[in-house]
Every structure is written in C-alpha cells, then in structure tokens.
Design a protein around this ligand. Sequence first.
Ligand code: ADP
Ligand code: MG
Length: 321
Amino acid sequence: MTEFELIRTYFGDLGSRRDDVVFGVGDDGAVVQPAQGQALVMATDALVAGVHFPENAPAETVGDKALAVNLSDLAAMGAEPAWLQLALVMPAVDHAWLQGFAQGLGGLARYHQMRLVGGDTARGPLTITVQVVGFVPQGAALRRRGARPGDAVVVSGTLGDAALGLKLWRGRADREDDDVAYLVNRLHRPTPRVSLGRALRGLATAAIDISDGMAADLAHLLEASGVGATLDVDRLPLSEPGVRFGGRQRQWHNALNGGDDYELCFTLPRSRLHELDALASRLGVALTRVGTVQQEPGLRLVRSDNAPVPLESTGYRHFPE
Ligand code: ADP
Ligand code: MG
C-alpha cells in the first residue's frame, strides 16, 4: 500500500460530508467556504504518545481523544465545529491500529458533523496533531477575559475523574468493575462540552476549558480578566465513582490539580444565575456554582464555613473529611 493509498483508505472519507467543503483530501490544500457573517475559530493540539496518552491506550480512544481535546477548545470559545486537519506521525504502518484510530476519530467527527479536509503523514515517534476550525457569529466568541467582580464561577460536569482514571489505568485496575470502567473512560474519552459552549454565547462573561486542573485554569481566566476569585472547595463537583474509589480528599486534590477533565469553567453575571438550572437540564450536564469573582487579584480557596485553604498545599492533610 502506497502512502497515498493509506491516506485514502483511512482518511479520504472521514467524518460527515459538508456542503461548505469545496475540495478536501487529495489536493495540495483544502478549499472551504465559510458562511457569511461567521468568524472562524481555530485551535490545534498535539498528542505525544507516552506524554499525553499512555502508549498502550486503545487506538480507537486515541483517535477519539485527539479530536475531543481540540473540540474542548472550540467549546470554550463558544464555537460550532466544522472542519479538521490531521498531522499523523507514526513509527510504522500498523493497519489494525490505523483502523481503530480512524474509527475513533471518525465517530466523534460525525457526531459533531465535522469533516476531515486534509493533513500530513510522516514517520517518527507516535504523535497526533489535530487542528480544528469552527464558526462563531462575528463578535460572539467567548474569551478568557471578561469576568467581573460579583460574577459567579461555574463549572460543568465533575472534576478529578481523569486523574484518578490515569492512576487506575497505570495500576491495571480491574476494568470489569463499573467504577473503574467509568473513571478510565473519563480519561480516554473526555466529553467536550460543545453544546454548552454554544449556549454560553451572550451569557457567560468569560470561559476556559479545564485541561490542567481547576486551580490552574481558573487562575488563567482570572488573570486574563484582571480579577480574582474565592472558590469553595466543598462545592467542587465530584463524581460518585470518584469519591467511592478515590475518597473525597483525594478527589478534591485531583479536581484542583489533576489534568484531562475537559470540562468548562465560566463566569456568569449574578443577574443571570437563575438561568443556570434550566440550561443544565436542557443540555443534560451538571452546572455547579463553585465561587465568586472578586476585584482583588488571585485565587482564594475556602471551605464552606469560609475557613481558608492554602493554595500551594491542596493536598490531603488540608482536607480533613
Ligand atoms: P503534500 O506532498 O502536498 O504535502 P501529501 O502527500 O502530504 O501532500 O498529502 C496528500 C493529500 O492527502 C493532501 O490533500 C493532504 O491534505 C492529505 N493528507 C495527508 N495526510 C493526511 C492525513 N493524515 N489525514 C488527512 N489527510 C491527509
Ligand atoms: Mg503539496
């Protein structure tokens, strides 16, 4: 099989057909036709085997996750996904792996009605770089800046599952166990909050996706907005399997400092807080208010009784049960 046959076989018809793709895979560049009035939002992420995913992760989940982490960035911008490109560097041609990878990537692409329009294929250490392009009405993109004192800090889903999932995967925990399966799945197949991001246009004052732990990513949002916040660690949304398996203390730590959750964190004017519950049930995703934006810069962690928690040591002993 020549290189181009390989590309055609696995990547020539990946994702949903779209009318706005004039020419996709096969030319020197893709030709696309965005709709009038839409701005393009672009994001890219490289996944290196052994760094961003375990070397032995199932190929299908690698394909899924390579797109999911990029979709999470589009979600944080409030964008609607449209096209993707794939730069694939791999040590050898492994058809079983390629088949699984294309299945995982294609499944998620179709789910979001995206089309793979081009890419590059080369030999080297396994590295997957996906670039995504999405639309947002001109002027409507969400940004990290924009949070104002008094805004509520809200987070989607549950936090800390992927960090615990990684530990369980590495420790070869029993995947027949429902809790383990759930947690490992949260690591391998994160759910990008695309429809939430779109719904937050014109509602959230600022947004970011959580890829490096709530503490670090919220701090980025606050810094970009030139504000600070108080975060109530007792309100951090933890999953039941996470608490059952990891214990509440460790999951607090994982929620604040663990990676790979791909939930959205956003700020909301207090006057619109009453819309939160309806939004959560319409989208089928938990939305939890965890803190309040303040004028004074920096992130302050507190317990529900307002007792401060040192930021640099969000570890176990500071979270007595
Ligand atoms: P060039 O030599 O011009 O860079 P390539 O041989 O790399 O062209 O690619 C030929 C065509 O296949 C191009 O349309 C390119 O976008 C596409 N392509 C190459 N690799 C991939 C891939 N991994 N996924 C999707 N499309 C790809
Ligand atoms: Mg060329």
